[in-house]
Design a protein around this ligand. Structure first.
Ligand code: CA
Length: 247
């Protein structure tokens, strides 16, 4: 597969607390690994939390046992949760920090995905853009339980409030998704700095522009910045080769 990862500070923030990690070679039992983390809390805390979470995830996966790929991702994220909480409890500058994590590995013709928070994973092709992960956010709950439209949610003043994060509670629930990949599918992992600035359809058009992953990733960042760039932006694009998908 071809893949590219990028983060950008955006136009308004003074720090970049987003973190994107990509490995096209084996990490522990996983054949490859993609992670986006969007840190929050305090001046130092956010960037510290996202970096610590990703580093812990890598370390845990590398030393992992015989679990399934999805269990490996879940265990690693839960350990990241424990480490972020521990670090926050020892340093008052870091108190209250947390991070989103969306992590994926591309297996034979399918993806395993694990998610906490409101960073997202999408599968995109020439016909549609599908959001695979569900945001753990207040506005997502308001949409799901009625009353708020998707469009209102995108502009809601409380859209940044997340209801689940790595570092928030001792017992962390991690969502898992198994996603078969078809020919023509591309995969996007991103932070809300992208999705709060761009409509899904705009994201799909850029990914389907026919350019390579690097050019598309940079075009997404540029588009988010052109729409205001109000937040840090993290983007990973994965383009499986034709023998890595079902026909
Ligand atoms: Ca963000």
């Amino acid at each position: 597969m071809d893949a590219y990862a990028i983060t950008d500070i955006g136009r308004k923030r003074t720090l970049n607390q987003d973190y994107a990690y990509l490995s096209l070679s084996k990490v522990g039992i996983l054949p490859n690994l993609f992670v986006v983390a969007d840190g929050m809390g305090g001046h130092r805390g956010g960037g510290y939390a996202s970096r610590l979470a990703v580093e812990t995830i890598l370390e845990e996966i590398r030393k992992g046992g015989e679990e399934s790929p999805s269990q490996t991702l879940v265990n690693a994220i839960r350990e990241a949760n424990a480490r972020v909480r521990q670090a926050a409890s020892k340093d008052e500058m870091l108190a209250g920090m947390g991070t989103t994590v969306v992590a994926a590995t591309c297996l034979e013709k399918a993806l395993e995905v694990a998610n906490v928070g409101d960073s997202r994973l999408y599968v995109v092709n020439e016909k549609e853009i599908r959001q695979i992960t569900q945001d753990h956010s207040l506005v997502e709950e308001m949409v799901r339980f009625g009353g708020l439209s998707r469009e209102q949610a995108r502009r809601h003043p409380d859209r940044n409030i997340i209801t689940r994060a790595v570092g928030a509670e001792d017992d962390l629930k991690v969502d898992c998704f198994f996603v078969p990949l078809q020919e023509g599918d591309k995969v996007l992992l991103c932070s809300d700095g992208l999705t709060s600035m761009l409509e899904d359809e705009e994201i799909r058009r850029i990914l389907e522009s026919g350019e390579d992953t690097e050019t598309c990733a940079q075009a997404l960042v540029e588009a988010a910045n052109n729409h205001g760039g109000r937040d840090n932006i993290a983007v990973i694009i994965i383009e499986p080769f034709s023998d890595e998908v079902s026909r």
